[in-house]
Design a protein around this ligand. Structure first.
Ligand SMILES: NC(=O)c1ccc[n+]([C@@H]2O[C@H](COP(=O)([O-])OP(=O)(O)OC[C@H]3O[C@@H](n4cnc5c(N)ncnc54)[C@H](O)[C@@H]3O)[C@@H](O)[C@H]2O)c1
Length: 340
């Protein structure tokens, strides 16, 4: 049995399907912040546990052989919205879950960390960073991921094999769609306005990876020899792209579907900027990503053309909008009692 925390999320919904396709039994632990709709089609084939990772009931670990830990706040704006809650969800809950796994004899623990731990800001020296580069995360999200990594590595021993994947920004279609990730945002903007706006001259670097490649990578980490993965950190990215280059790839991918104009702004706004090396995962696991941005953007466009996830105004596609809305509604309901 594979436990996927956050299995109803953007990456989780794809990873769960990949695991089922490969014949694994799957349990999902999720608070369903964005609903359980993304798992609707596969619900009869999985064990679904609606719970908060911050209040772990260790019974959820019974019968589990591998944990793929994705639950938590998953971007900068939601982390900045409530940094203390972000720390509890992303760092403290990760450590508690790992300690529970250790007690239950669950060795393999795959953690969805982020390449944002490499961000040093646009004014910093530009170089390609690898897993051995000393990192100095600045923002709440990156810091919480980095501290979770440290906690997992401290717990690593013969009986506990954490594998840390520093994922680049993910792109591609998922049954739980997000339009707040850079490539997906460009595709949405292309359909909505025919215009892709690129800030800061589009000079920033970003490592990016397709969501199906991420799901395949979890399987590779699950099945790898412990000597290759236990206590290791791996960068996971298809390629480092400059944001302006990305906009051109998306424009090319959508040619013949929508006309796209690229608008470049040269403001002084700060933006995330980093690029990473991915040789380690190729060398040690033989893992190679497959899906470039243009193929993924084209696939997303086909879904949208078919009317799937084309309701761009839906706040669920934008994590911070949805979170703010939930907090607002929560406060309002507490004040007025029930609606009827
Ligand atoms: N999407 C990316 O570009 C990206 C890049 C690097 C790392 N990551 C990491 O990958 C993981 C998955 O990202 P995603 O894009 O699928 O995010 P997502 O926001 O779409 O999904 C997160 C899931 O976790 C669940 N969740 C949140 N808090 C929870 C809690 N306290 N208890 C139980 N469930 C909870 C949510 O309900 C949701 O289903 C996250 O840990 C994220 O930080 C994502």
């Amino acid at each position: 049995m594979i436990l996927v925390t956050g299995g109803a999320g953007y990456i989780g919904a794809v990873a769960v399907r990949e695991l089922l396709d490969k014949g694994f039994a799957v349990r999902v632990l999720d608070k369903f912040l964005y609903g359980d709709g993304p798992l609707e089609e596969v619900k009869s084939r999985i064990d679904c546990v609606e719970a908060d990772i911050c209040q772990l009931n260790e019974a959820v670990l019974d019968g589990v052989e591998v944990v793929i830990h994705l639950a938590g706040l998953s971007n900068d704006p939601t982390a900045e919205f409530n940094p203390e809650a972000n720390r509890r969800m992303n760092t403290v809950a990760t450590r508690t879950l790992a300690e529970g796994c250790k007690r239950k004899g669950i060795k393999r623990f795959i953690f969805a960390s982020s390449c944002s731990v490499y961000d040093r800001g646009m004014m910093a020296e530009d170089f390609i960073q690898n897993e051995d580069t000393a990192v100095v995360p600045r923002a709440a999200y990156a810091t919480s991921k980095y501290q979770a990594e440290r906690a997992l590595l401290e717990l690593a021993d013969d009986n506990f094999q954490p594998v840390i994947l520093r994922q680049g920004t993910v792109y591609g279609w998922s049954p739980r769609m997000r339009y707040d990730l850079v490539v997906n945002t460009f595709v949405r903007s292309a359909f909505e306005s025919g215009k892709l706006t690129v800030h800061c001259g589009g000079e920033m670097w970003r490592p990016l990876v397709d969501v199906t490649d991420v799901a395949r990578c979890y399987l590779a980490c699950m099945q790898a020899d412990p000597q290759l993965v236990a206590g290791q950190i791996f960068n996971l990215s298809h390629k480092n792209y400059r944001i302006l280059e990305l906009a051109h790839w998306v424009k090319k991918a959508l040619a013949g579907i929508v006309d796209v104009e690229i608008e470049v702004e040269y403001g002084s706004q700060t933006a995330r900027d980093y690029r990473v090396e991915t040789k380690k995962i190729e060398r040690m696991l033989g893992f190679r990503t497959r899906v470039p941005v243009e193929e993924s953007a084209h696939h997303m466009a086909q879904k949208i053309q078919a009317g799937i996830n084309a309701d761009f105004h839906n706040p669920r596609y934008y994590n911070i909008k949805w979170l703010e809305l939930l907090v607002d509604i929560d406060a309002h309901l507490k004040r007025i009692g029930s609606i009827f």
